[in-house]
Design a protein around this ligand. Structure first.
Ligand code: AMP
Ligand code: MG
Length: 430
């Protein structure tokens, strides 16, 4: 792996978001192995091969309503139908309908041979062994019947390799009767926080301390991406301890993430540690929040794979944003996902959004729909990179490019919706 083409010596030069994304994606080519896992354990993982339907879904042509199964050709001249039996869900009816005959049927039960239509129970009047239908002329041939294979046909490719498995996909695989699924192995990721001031929640807060927010944000996002996460706690600003901890972590993982310790003031420890272990570059990103960022590798792990490294900025919003926009696409690629870059939407700015030179801003915003159904977005307010409440209040990032003038209210702006791209995002309340 060479990172040199992404390294800038000119102090004015910074990597744009797209350049940094590309650099991470080109470095992370080592797709994880394929394994078979029990269906229930595959949420968040990507399929390692196409899934071909072994059966039709539904298996049988069946009733979509409770009622009476008949053949539609009888509707023209028949006034009443003889009830010759019943087809219950899970059982069915053995015989075949002849002219003028009907079978009582429940929702989901196989349609008897000789029937093509179900008349819903609400339109039926039963007298002893005979059923009469209201408004016979209005009954549509084929109504309230679900055809075999109307959802999925046997032999069809249902899900493609690289599809990430969520709730709908798990249900779909289960409906095919599959209990073991070929997926890419979860990426093994170790997470550290760094900083002498950073204190674990539950401990008493020293006078100059700050509680460790980042590890928990990162672990929740990694978990939602289906990674196998190791929490390695907090590292002090100490060269020896950082070197030792990163070296140990690199043996058992495919990716090590740290937050903090990459800005100019305190980068040296991490820098020195990394230069001893592998190859890492310190980047200045042309995005706000998230200027300092380190990326590279820590040599080979015990399995002979390259252990990648990303050092995220310490400010909590910068950690979240850089993970969301940069690290996440790389992890998706490592997992063999077919879609790795964030989807973008266009919304109308509700208020003026000021552009600042030098770096593109990624404000936390809140999108909604106005009275005419148009997508609109507003900023959540104060946007400091330590203001984590802005991420809670927001439901998207608003991109304000640095090389364009201010965006007046009413103009279009690009947004990155959290619910699509912030792993583990659960916030819906206003
Ligand atoms: P650094 O990148 O280490 O210079 O940190 C930048 C800012 O983020 C400092 O104000 C740190 O105190 C803060 N910070 C660093 N790590 C964390 C963390 N894990 N949780 C919350 N704040 C942090
Ligand atoms: Mg620090």
């Amino acid at each position: 792996m060479s990172l040199s083409c992404f390294e800038f010596t000119d102090q004015k030069n910074q990597l744009t978001l797209e350049e940094a994304q590309q650099a991470l994606l080109t470095s992370a080519t080592q797709i994880t192995h394929s394994i078979q896992l029990p269906l229930a354990d595959t949420a968040g993982l990507s399929l390692a091969s196409d899934i071909i339907a072994p059966i039709n879904v539904p298996q049988n042509t069946n009733a979509a309503m409770d009622g009476y199964a008949i053949h539609s050709r009888d509707l023209a001249d028949q006034k009443s139908w003889k009830i010759i039996g019943e087809s219950l869900a899970g059982q069915g009816f053995k015989g075949e309908l002849q002219t003028g005959e009907s079978v009582y049927i429940t929702t989901g039960a196989p349609l008897p041979a000789g029937a093509d239509t179900v008349v819903m129970i609400e339109q039926c009047r039963v007298e002893t062994n005979t059923v009469y239908f209201e408004q016979v002329k209005k009954i549509q041939p084929g109504s309230h019947v679900r055809q075999a294979g109307e959802d999925i046909q046997q032999g069809q490719v249902v899900l493609k390799q690289g599809t990430r498995l969520g709730s709908a996909q798990l249900g779909l695989l289960a409906s095919l009767g599959l209990d073991q699924v070929p997926v890419h192995q979860p990426v093994k990721v170790a997470v550290f926080s760094t900083g002498d001031e950073v204190t674990a929640p539950g401990q008493s807060l020293p006078a100059a301390g700050i509680y460790d927010a980042n590890r928990f944000t990162l672990m929740a996002m990694l978990d939602a991406l289906g990674c196998q996460v190791t929490d390695l706690g907090i590292l002090p600003d100490n060269l020896q301890q950082i070197t030792q901890a990163l070296s140990q972590a690199s043996a058992e993982h495919q990716l090590v993430l740290t937050s903090g310790g990459v800005s100019v003031g305190d980068a040296d420890f991490v820098k020195q540690a990394l230069s001893q272990l592998g190859e890492t570059r310190f980047w200045r990103l042309a995005i706000r929040p998230g200027r300092p960022f380190a990326f590279g590798h820590l040599g080979q792990n015990a399995a002979g794979q390259t252990c990648l490294f990303a050092g995220l900025p310490g400010n909590p919003v910068a950690t979240l944003v850089t993970f969301m926009l940069l690290v996440q696409p790389m992890i998706r690629q490592l997992q063999g996902a077919s879609c790795c870059l964030p989807p973008v939407w266009t919304a109308v700015a509700e208020t003026l959004l000021k552009s600042r030179s030098g770096r593109s801003d990624f404000h936390r915003g809140r999108f909604s729909f106005n009275a005419s159904g148009q997508l609109q977005v507003r900023s959540t307010g104060a946007q400091g990179s330590g203001i984590l409440t802005s991420a809670h209040q927001g439901n998207c990032l608003i991109r304000i490019p640095d090389d364009q003038p201010d965006i007046p209210a009413g103009d279009s702006v690009t947004i990155y919706p959290f619910y699509e791209w912030l792993p583990g995002y659960r916030g819906f309340a206003e």
